[in-house]
Ligand binder design. Sequence first.
Ligand SMILES: [Ca+2]
Ligand SMILES: [Ca+2]
Ligand SMILES: [Ca+2]
Length: 299
Amino acid sequence: ENCFKMGGVPWAQVLLLADMYGTIQSPNFPDSYPKDNELQWNVTVPSGYTIRLYFMHFDIEPSYLCEYDYVKVSCFEAPTSFCGRENTDTERVPADDVILSPGSMLSVAFRSDFSNEERYSGFEAHYSAVDIDECRGKNDEELACDHFCHNYIGGYYCSCRYGYQLHSDNRTCKVECSDSVYTERSGLITSSDFPKPYPKSSDCVYRIEVEEGFLVTLDFEDSFDIEDHPEVPCPYDYIKIEAGARVFGPFCGDRPPDRIQTLSNSVSIRFHSDNSGENLGWKLTYASAGNSPQVLHSH
Ligand SMILES: [Ca+2]
Ligand SMILES: [Ca+2]
Ligand SMILES: [Ca+2]
């Protein structure tokens, strides 16, 4: 609604157009338009569409910078005013330009001043709703979908590669990754897809359960890459280790934590990722050693 006010002519008579296509004409078209006229057409189409505007005819009294009569197309960063019969250094006509709105709204305002030096036949324009191809991002950061994007008329949807599930944000792809329990005395654990970027929007729990009396030690490898923030500690993605009442972490960034002596035979490694970023993840080896033998006091 804002863009209708910003670029339009506030005193104009306003016509609301909500059809998927239509025609906009100056008053009396194709006869000459009356003087002292102010009219505004506000076109709205459903979200998922932009508006294509094309002038089939254009003949508006020319004046320096279009200060007398003009057609103003707004809902753009810079509204454009048109007048005259051809482009000059200071005035523009739409000619055969196709005007595409940035959003689902477009406003066309027409104004004629108190006099017309000649007869001017005015303008006729056609507008239509055009599907936005949401899958055509300008760069990786702007991609609508994490994995696969499917455009359709009026919208789009996302899907995921085999083995992933679409998160409830309908955009990112998460993994199911909390089933693993490691019961061997030593082993290797990595983030999903390591050393490729780990999945977004996922919460993984890796459990190590070794026999009682054994204590688990964790050693992260040097290739460690978890999304971090220069000031806030691990606000996006993090790894956190719970061993009994002990908690280690959260850890993130590009330097792995030092060796972790969990002092427990039961360890949960939690790994959380948010819905953005491409970081490579982590890899650790764990080992367990028998507790130092209990000293038995003889009676
Ligand atoms: Ca005039
Ligand atoms: Ca679409
Ligand atoms: Ca992230």
